[in-house]
Design a protein around this ligand. Structure first.
Ligand code: TYM
Length: 333
């Protein structure tokens, strides 16, 4: 059987982009495949420097997976930090990974571009080694579990390519003794599959343009109302494909609903305000029931911590088995 594996950083409550890009496809895969989903808590140390916040973010992401329907009997749900073998593997992989490959990583290059645009002389200013090494740690997450498929959003394509490259280097050198299975990315279909945030850029916590999954109803309504739109009058025809509220609606509303709204926008007569009301209703209907379950799970005495402990034990067993083979292959056994 094939193993599906994915991770989400623990930097705040997941947003509706995480849901479309990763959670929903990952849960669909769980009914047919071996699945291992984890909380990338060491990865999020790069952005979350407040220990109290990190603790609560970890529980928030775990509660989100469960509230969205993850069955912990079927899927192994665990924290990255419960698997120390991941870090051991990351060090081994960093010794077979060229610096040039990391120099070309999108997040690193974006940080340098920002410095250049701001006229900062040292283009590496503000870049720490956690950011620079991020793709290697992510490769270790995937390879340690011998994952076959990795369901992620399209913004992670390069990270998957890097994992394939790094696994290839390892197999080339040590393959006589042990080879990693080469993983494949599984990406959501359609061009809208990198969900836009309220400002039209990719929805991301780091841009502060995201819609968290389980906002209380009144806050959700306010946030949706604040999505910027132009001043085209109600009667005028509008282009749905350049409208953020429409693109969001299209991801969550049933197809006939989306088609009807598209028609009304194109013909004129539907205002942005009405479109936003529709979007609010659809989001609230989709996530309202999950929100109630989330609130139960986030309570301190819920079953959450037990689920994570049981998941960690299962995941660690698998990681240990891989590491024993990897150590023997490199000669540190
Ligand atoms: P993260 O935590 O930023 O996002 C989690 C998942 O959500 C997807 N996603 C989106 N999909 C569509 N539209 C968007 N606007 C959007 N924003 C985020 C991401 O593609 C991702 O699938 N590096 C990863 C975490 C990670 C990981 C791993 C994933 C660490 N190790 C190993 C898979 C396997 C990340 O930062 O995702």
């Amino acid at each position: 059987t094939k193993t599906y594996l994915t991770g989400i950083q623990t930097s705040g409550m997941p947003h509706i982009g995480n849901y479309i890009g990763a959670i929903k496809p990952a849960l669909a895969a769980a009914s047919e495949h071996d699945t291992m989903y984890f909380l990338a808590d060491f990865h999020s140390l790069n952005s979350v420097k407040d220990p109290q916040k990190l603790r609560s973010d970890i529980r928030s992401v775990a509660a989100t997976w469960l509230a969205c329907g993850l069955d912990p009997e079927r899927t192994v749900l665990y924290r990255q930090s419960s698997i120390p073998e991941v870090f051991e593997l990351a060090i081994i992989l960093s010794n077979i990974t060229s610096k040039g490959l990391m120099n070309r990583a999108h997040a690193y290059k974006a940080a340098r571009d920002r410095n250049e645009a701001a006229g900062v002389a040292d283009l590496d200013a503000g870049v720490n080694m956690g950011l620079f090494n991020y793709p290697i740690l992510m490769a270790a997450d995937i390879l340690i579990m011998e994952a076959d498929y990795v369901p992620v959003g399209r913004d992670q394509i390069q990270h998957i390519e890097y994992t394939v490259d790094i696994a290839g280097s390892f197999n080339h050198l040590y393959g006589g003794s042990y080879s990693f299975p080469i993983p494949k990315g599984v990406f959501p279909e359609g061009d809208a599959s990198v969900l836009p945030g309220v400002d039209g850029r990719k929805m991301s916590k780091s841009y502060d343009n995201h819609i968290p999954l389980f906002l209380p109803e009144s806050k959700l309504k306010k946030l949706v109302r604040r999505i910027p739109t132009d001043s085209t009058p109600v009667e005028a025809p509008k282009d749905p494909d350049t409208s953020v509220p429409f693109q969001l609606l299209a991801q969550f509303a049933p197809e006939e609903h989306t088609a009807a709204t598209r028609k009304r926008l194109e013909e004129g007569g539907m205002g942005w305000g009405e479109l936003k009301n529709e979007l609010f209703e659809v989001l609230n209907d989709t996530f309202g029931p999950m929100r109630d379950r989330y609130e139960e799970l986030i309570a301190p005495d819920s079953e959450l911590d037990g689920v994570l402990e049981a998941g960690a034990a299962r995941a660690r067993e698998r990681a240990r088995a891989t590491m024993a083979k990897v150590r023997a292959a490199v000669g540190i056994d």
